[in-house]
Write a protein of this length. Sequence first.
Length: 238
Amino acid sequence: MRRLLFALCVLAVPASAKAVVLAPNTTVPGAALAVNPIPGVTLSLVSPVLNQTLASSPVPSSFTATINYAVYRETAGAGASGKLDFVFQLTNSGMSADAIAHAIASNFTGYNTDVFYSTATVLLGASGTNGFVDGTVAPTAASRSSNGKNIDFTFSPPTSIGPTETTKVLVIRTDANSYRKGNVHVQDDGSVDFNGFAPAPEPSSIILLSGICAGLGLVVVYRRFFQGAATLAGAVNA
């Protein structure tokens, strides 16, 4: 029982609500990513829009890229989950020497995920909405790490993200209700880490786990207290 309670304290896994397409240790081919599972669903912006331009390392840089990242909630329409979608897009600078092969979004452990790509016009109603445009480069696959933490959108040659090119709008659907700071690791020969977003545990989950951990602590204290009292009593009666 103690081991079970301890495990609950360590593994802060939020409640899940929806079935998933991209489970840990699986890969989805590019053709499947083209299918929009939420046609006609209204997305409402719930986060700041992050827009960053960074050069890869080591120096000299092999590419300079710009990311546009935001979190939306599915609020209306048939199939709307009411949960959060993590949405981002990459542009490779015309000054870059290399194409980009991977965009790896992090910190999705414990959450159900579904991935796809779209255009800004289809997903958000118009190109240019919150900085998202109708990009042209589609991922050739998406995979999730065995621990569920990382989601890797892969752009394999000849469809890597070349200089001046912009990706389709990349979407990670989740069963999360809130978000926190995350990151996106972008790489080819060089690499760079952008700020991003990730799902956050719900307050109810944190409170529940805090209560369990506190209860476990009291059990340990009381057990040691009574063990100590019994030992003392034995010593006195000896």
